[in-house]
Design a protein around this ligand. Structure first.
Ligand code: PMP
Length: 451
């Protein structure tokens, strides 16, 4: 019987190898077994509560245990949990595809399902390559991504990633890819605004595409926020310019909105802020409200039609995952979209974002904060020695971990990325709860930067 934190921890450490974790850390850093969760609150077996300020790795939108999503999944469970979707179909998958197409930037008419974000990225890469091949452009075999990019951890997704921590060890296994410098505004020169800086970073991308577009299938980007790189942000002007460059040079644009989609940045999709339609739109994480693993790639009619032919031409996209279009996942996603339809979520997020900005403002003057930045309901505080944007605490000092430990003691789940303390809360957080997470972050930052 497991009814205490200690008992479940002991069992866990015998068998469960956790993601993104040096397991030895748990000799001194206790795992937290969660028994139940409601709204923004997680509760462990000893009854201690933690405010989930990072939406359980950016997936949760409307809180844990939301009655509408719970109910819709239960209802679906009574009818059909899962069925093969090659040769068969089901109503939730069809309706979800229809509703995603309605919500997406104009021109995206076809939906291919996946089980997680990394798979969605792999699908977009393969589809882009294959679409060119189907047109006879066999020289196009390369992908361009941005420095600091993160698109997942499977080998193809990792190959287009640019965060050294995740990719370096596996370098010898990764397909060669091209990189252009990120338009991230953190390291912009003094006195230069976000828009100017991001626009200027189009020049190296333009040069790369001009020189090598005959070899390039697609450019892949995280619109507006490079999340895993430490919530690094840039101006929508870059996406606008990138769309033009891709059109001019005959290269696809893949928008990875796995982390930023579904209202995080202030619009339903981040691409809307640039008024662009990508050729491939990858969604995941919040798609099911943070309930079940489901992802999708949306694409244009012309791309779909490029695969549509007699079987013997071998133009079909034969990619297959066992749980493609899982019915329970689709039901959770439909319930999540219902919640967007039922109330003005983006307007309410805007008010919460404003409150978060005000609560964070005093941290701008903190002696060891280099920047406080925010896009929509995603905010980040960069800890730096003496507030200098051009220097960084060595990663070995693990100052973010100090903030993590402090916040847990105070009942808040913050999970800094290196020296970056960030907030990506579920949309049901209250203004009082925002004040709490900011106060706890401030205490954590004070402690983590005290020496
Ligand atoms: N793309 C982005 C932008 C992400 O942030 C992530 C996950 N953090 C992924 C892809 C991969 O998604 P998953 O973890 O579901 O494979």
């Amino acid at each position: 019987m497991t009814d205490t934190n200690a008992a479940l921890r002991d069992r866990d450490l015998q068998v469960f190898w956790h993601p993104c974790t040096q397991m030895k850390d748990h000799e001194s850093l206790p795992l937290i077994p969660i028994r139940q969760a409601r709204g923004v609150w997680l509760e462990d077996y000893d009854g201690k509560r933690y405010l989930d300020a990072i939406s359980s790795w950016w997936v949760n939108l409307f809180g844990h245990g939301h009655p509408h999503i719970d109910g819709r999944i239960r209802e679906q469970l009574g009818r059909l949990a899962h069925v093969i979707t090659a040769g068969f179909t089901h109503e939730p998958a069809v309706t979800l595809a229809e509703r995603l197409v309605q919500r997406a930037p104009p021109g995206l008419t076809r939906v291919f399902y996946a089980e997680n974000g990394s798979s969605a990225v792999e699908i977009a890469l393969k589809m882009s390559f294959h679409a060119w091949r189907n047109q006879g452009c066999t020289r196009k075999q390369q992908f361009v991504s941005l420095t600091n990019a993160y698109h997942g951890e499977t080998l193809g997704a990792l190959a287009v990633g640019g965060v050294a921590l995740y990719r370096e060890t596996y370098g010898p296994l990764l397909m060669p890819c091209l990189q252009a410098p990120t338009p991230d505004c953190y390291l912009r020169p003094e006195g230069v605004d976000w828009e100017t800086h991001s626009r200027e970073l189009l020049a190296p991308m333009a040069a790369l595409l001009a020189a090598r577009s005959d070899e390039i299938c697609a450019v892949i980007v995280e619109p507006l926020i490079q999340c895993a790189a430490g919530m690094r942000m840039y101006h929508p002007i870059y996406l606008r310019g990138l769309r033009d460059l891709c059109d001019r040079h005959g290269v696809h644009l893949i928008a990875d909105e796995i982390a930023v989609g579904f209202g995080r940045t202030g619009t339903f999709f981040a691409c809307e802020q640039a008024g662009i339609t990508p050729d491939f739109l990858c969604v995941g994480k919040g798609l099911t409200g943070g309930y079940l693993p489901l992802a999708a790639v949306l694409t244009r009619e012309a791309i779909y039609q490029g695969f549509y032919d007699e079987y013997a031409t071998l133009k079909a996209f034969l990619h297959s995952h066992s749980y493609t279009g899982n019915a329970l996942g689709c039901a959770a996603a439909l319930a999540t979209l219902d919640l967007f339809d039922a109330s003005p979520v983006l307007a309410s997020n805007g008010r919460l974002a404003e409150h978060l900005a005000q609560a964070l403002a005093p941290l701008r003057d903190h002696p060891h904060v280099g920047e406080v930045r925010q896009t929509g309901l995603v905010a980040a505080v960069e800890m730096t020695p003496n507030g200098d944007r051009h220097s960084a605490y060595p990663w070995q000092e693990r100052r973010g971990l100090r903030v993590y430990r402090h916040a847990l003691e105070r009942g808040v789940l913050l999970r800094p990325l290196g020296n970056v303390v960030y907030f990506m809360p579920p949309y049901v957080i209250t203004t009082d709860e925002i004040d709490l997470i900011v106060a706890v972050a401030r205490e954590g930052i004070d402690r983590a930067t005290a020496d």
